[in-house]
Ligand binder design. Structure first.
Ligand code: TEU
Ligand code: CA
Length: 562
């Protein structure tokens, strides 16, 4: 791997535009706001900015329901604002990665409006329509956002498929006109100068040939749609065609969001020689603290077991080694905050555990992604009222599990939301201690976390040993020390339920990464560690070698003699 690609050495920073920086006081973050903060991002040292969808959208699912792929959502600004952002980013050496949602569109997209009118117009076949079966939906598939995945349209006397909300009809990739329309649209963005794409739920685009009922969850009318439609038989063909028609000849960064992908799937979609995508987001480590009851899905309040986390991440590290490329992430706009989830967000340990988690992740092989606010150790929202939440997934789940099915008591569901809701990630960025954390002068679209007076960028920048400066150092190491990119991964002590330690190995060069996941002192001796090993980074002032203090993390670099 002597010849690493630029995107293998890069660090990506995810911006949730709605919540990053508002520039005009309407309470919604915007493109001018992002442009104003480019110097901050440059200071952090990241290479690529991934923007969640900024296209025209009715906003049923915060932009993942696109009604015009070629225009900017007026809430975020204009095309001129976008072009200015792109130019200003490029001037600073920052690349821009667009979020592209082509498994489905909005039901307000002109394609769907036409498609829903009749069975014989040019767009009739752009979506997935089926006749009723015995007067009801064609299959028992349940959508990712609760309820049936089928909705009936009287004008066609047919149902359309929506893997997500009713307002997010799935596009029909079997139709070559649709595929061509997508290539043209995406090529338009490449021509505009964007540097890559994050492809939303891209492994759902190839649907099965025959539509048959799935196994419903116990006590439920519906079967989870995910496993039924993920990684379909034409996925590889579609991705290779996308690559040929859109990516080829441009030095882009491409990452597919692939829930339910296995290692074998990723070896193909993110293969080094398969000509599909550069890498994929796998979800296994994000599902480890889900509910054991499948009908409850992700809604639970149990902590993750470190041994499970190690097993999962290690499997992906070794499974893709030399064949495909990993993406590394703790957070995104769909996941709770990592310091609250796998760390410890008490005042005493918030910063130490945030730095520990950063060390553990950034030591792995793959391209690291960090999500806005992670670099200052932002925590979960601490919402206590259902009315605090805006996320459709959370509200639908509450309605379904508490009101409709009485599967869980209301108070318990509130603790699940507090732990797992997507809104935990979506509260506004905490810039300073002024009103609304410096995010907006107006009324923020989603409440600012009350802890912003202590946890904010201004405070982090004023302090030499902050989570921010720690991330800066980790990012610099990734850029400067090639073994972070090239070294093969070797797990140490798989059964240790308190400390996560692993090696990165190339030739006679080694990195040893050691992370204490507990608030207790741990004693661990790594026998092969030479006494003169260089300590590259640590979240404590001094090194006590075999003694690991609460949430201590460190990376050593050394060479072996043999
Ligand atoms: O998410 C895809 C996805 O699998 C979600 O169900 C995700 O697992 C869930 O939100 C976690 O609780 C993508 C986007 O990232 C998400 O924001 C969108 O809502 C979704 O697709 C539909 O476009
Ligand atoms: Ca605004």
């Amino acid at each position: 791997m002597a010849d690493s690609q630029w995107w293998q050495q890069a660090v990506v920073y995810q911006i949730y535009p709605r919540s990053f920086q508002d520039s005009n006081g309407d309470g919604i973050g915007d493109l001018v706001g992002i442009t104003q903060r480019l110097d901050y991002l440059k200071q952090l040292g990241v290479d690529v900015l991934w923007l969640n969808p900024i296209y025209r959208s009715p906003g049923v699912d915060n932009g993942y329901d696109i009604s015009d792929y070629e225009d900017i959502n007026p809430e975020f600004g204009t095309m001129a604002d976008f072009e200015r952002l792109l130019t200003q980013a490029h001037q600073r050496g920052l690349k821009i990665m667009m979020d592209m949602v082509v498994n489905h569109s909005s039901d307000q997209h002109p394609w769907f409006i036409e498609s829903a009118k009749s069975r014989d117009n040019p767009y009739s076949d752009y979506y997935i329509w089926r006749d009723p079966v015995d007067g009801h939906a064609p299959t028992n598939w349940g959508s990712f956002f609760s309820g049936s995945a089928w909705t009936y349209v009287p004008a066609r006397k047919q149902y359309y498929l929506h893997s997500f909300a009713v307002e997010q009809p799935d596009l029909n990739w079997e139709n070559s006109d649709l595929r061509q329309a997508i290539y043209d649209m995406m090529s338009g963005w490449v021509a505009k100068g964007v540097d890559g794409f994050r492809l939303d739920v891209i492994n759902l685009i190839s649907k099965p040939t025959g539509f048959v009922d799935g196994q419903p969850n116990p006590g439920e009318p519906y079967a989870d749609i995910g496993p039924i439609i993920a990684n379909g038989h034409r996925l590889s063909e579609f991705l290779q065609a996308l690559n040929t028609n859109v990516f080829a000849g441009h030095d882009l960064i491409t990452v597919g969001e692939t829930p339910a992908a296995t290692i074998a799937d990723a070896q193909q979609s993110a293969g080094l020689t398969t000509h599909e995508l550069n890498m994929v987001f796998e979800f296994e480590h994000m599902g480890l603290d889900g509910n054991p009851d499948p009908a409850m899905g992700k809604w639970d309040d149990q902590p993750v077991k470190l041994v499970d986390l190690k097993q999962s991440l290690s499997k992906w590290q070794t499974g893709l080694q030399g064949m495909a490329w990993n993406s590394l992430y703790w957070n995104n706009h769909d996941q709770p905050r990592i310091v609250s989830r796998f760390g410890n967000d008490s005042p005493q340990y918030r910063e130490k555990s945030a730095m520990m988690l950063a060390t553990m992740l950034h030591g792995l092989q793959g391209t690291p992604y960090l999500y806005e606010g992670e670099e200052i150790g932002m925590t979960n929202a601490n919402f206590t009222q259902l009315s605090d939440y805006q996320d459709l997934e959370s509200l639908n789940a509450y309605h379904h599990l508490v009101d409709e099915e009485q599967r869980v008591p209301a108070a318990k569901m509130m603790t699940y939301l507090a732990k797992m809701s997507r809104d935990n990630a979506r509260t506004p960025m905490q810039w300073d201690a002024s009103i609304n954390a410096g995010f907006t002068t107006g009324q923020p679209w989603l409440a600012v976390n009350a802890n912003y007076t202590n946890i904010n960028v201004e405070q982090a920048l004023a302090q030499p040993k902050s989570v921010f400066t720690y991330y800066q150092r980790l990012i610099r190491l990734r850029h400067d020390v090639p073994i972070f990119t090239t070294g093969a991964y070797q797990l140490l002590d798989a059964d240790d339920d308190a400390v996560y330690a692993y090696l990165r190995v190339t030739g006679d060069q080694r990195l040893l990464v050691v992370c204490n996941f507990t608030d207790q002192v741990q004693q661990r001796d790594y026998a092969d560690l030479p006494t003169d090993a260089a300590l590259l980074i640590s979240n404590y002032e001094d090194d006590q070698r075999a003694v690991l203090r609460p949430y201590e993390a460190k990376i050593y670099e050394f060479t072996t003699e043999n």
